[in-house]
Write a protein that binds this ligand. Structure first.
Ligand code: BDR
Ligand code: CA
Length: 333
């Protein structure tokens, strides 16, 4: 079987890191390139963290630094409230007095010796997609700035993208504000450009990712394998469970979502997603209370053409088993 060619656009990030590892380790995916964007952390950190993960696995995947700011959203006065304020991140300390965070600035890996490519991520996307046979799937797992910029720079890339499977948005579940999910909230105009691009889009929102959590038991199992890749994921799961217990307690005790890894897993095995519905989705770019909301039209006869496949649920067992089997394939120390 031919491998699916994929470009990931990441803001690495603990869960982005797991998604990248799964893509590199999957025999079904040819990871053509990684582009970075500011999001979870500023661009220097997200790029550096991406290089750390690539180097950990000894992969030959080029990394391209992308946009350090959202397209236009910060031009609107007072538009962005304090995200950390909204979630309480940084206001709680663990027993050792350390800040509890979803993502540390630097992943717990050695500083990279490999380097990013000289070309900007947006130009890389345009060049690579235009030269392709239309066979590349894009998996964005951060704010959609790079992709929307590439679409504005060269609209013809939209005919060249086979599909987009992005992590972001919410149907009934939100995190950045009471109405929005972080990746979309961070650059709502970019998200609106992408969902209305005409490219086949699958959205993997919080409603699905919160149904596919890893637990502390999963982390313990990974740790027992004593491989660098499984060890890293175990550590990230533990950190994320601490953060979710502190700020967004989950239905499944001592568990946390690895959002981005679910979007990547859906390219390998679409059945990790459940209850996928084609809907009209638009992003609120009004700057009001619902700024950055992914508005999903559930009516039988929406005013505008349905444009996004929205996953409302996920198969936790299937997802966790898939990620574990990929990590299992990684050699021991
Ligand atoms: C998304 O926001 C980021 O914090 C995560 O990496 C994920 O992509 C979840 O809302
Ligand atoms: Ca992310």
């Amino acid at each position: 079987m031919t491998k699916q060619r994929v470009i990931m656009d990441v803001d690495t990030g603990s869960d982005d890191a797991v998604a990248i590892m799964a893509a590199i380790l999957s025999p079904d995916i040819d990871l053509v390139g990684l582009t970075t964007v500011a999001g979870n952390k500023e661009i220097n950190f997200t790029t550096d963290n991406t290089l750390r993960v690539v180097e950990l696995l000894g992969a030959d995947v080029p990394v391209y630094r992308g946009c350090e700011k959202a397209m236009v959203c910060t031009l609107l006065h007072n538009r962005h409230g304090d995200y950390t304020g909204a979630t309480g991140v940084g206001t709680k300390l663990d027993a050792q007095g350390r800040k509890i965070e979803y993502h540390t600035d630097c992943l717990p890996l050695p500083a990279p010796t490999i380097r990013e490519q000289p070309e900007h991520a947006v130009f890389y996307l345009v060049d690579t997609l235009m030269r392709s046979d239309g066979d590349i799937v894009l998996v964005p797992t951060g704010p959609l700035t790079n992709l929307a910029m590439a679409m504005r720079l060269q609209p013809k890339i939209c005919q060249k993208i086979k599909a987009i499977c992005f992590m972001g948005g919410g149907f009934k579940v939100f995190n950045a504000t009471s109405a929005s999910e972080f990746n979309i909230w961070a650059d709502p105009e970019a998200a609106q450009i992408v969902v209305t691009s005409g490219v086949p889009v699958t959205m993997v929102p919080l409603d699905a990712t919160h149904r596919a959590n890893f637990t502390l038991d999963d982390a313990r199992e990974l740790r027992s394998w004593n491989t660098p890749a499984a060890d890293l994921v175990a550590t990230l799961v533990e950190e994320r469970v601490a953060a979710y217990n502190a700020f967004q307690p989950q239905e499944l005790p001592d568990s946390a979502p690895l959002h981005d890894a679910l979007a990547l897993a859906a390219v390998i095995d679409p059945q990790v997603l459940r209850d996928v519905r084609l809907m009209r989705v638009d992003v609120d770019i009004s700057g009001g209370f619902a700024d950055g909301q992914t508005i999903c039209d559930t009516r039988a006869f929406p005013d505008r053409t349905p444009n996004v496949r929205v996953a409302l649920d996920a198969d936790r067992e299937r997802f966790v088993t898939l990620i574990k089997s990929l990590l299992r394939s990684c050699p021991a120390r």
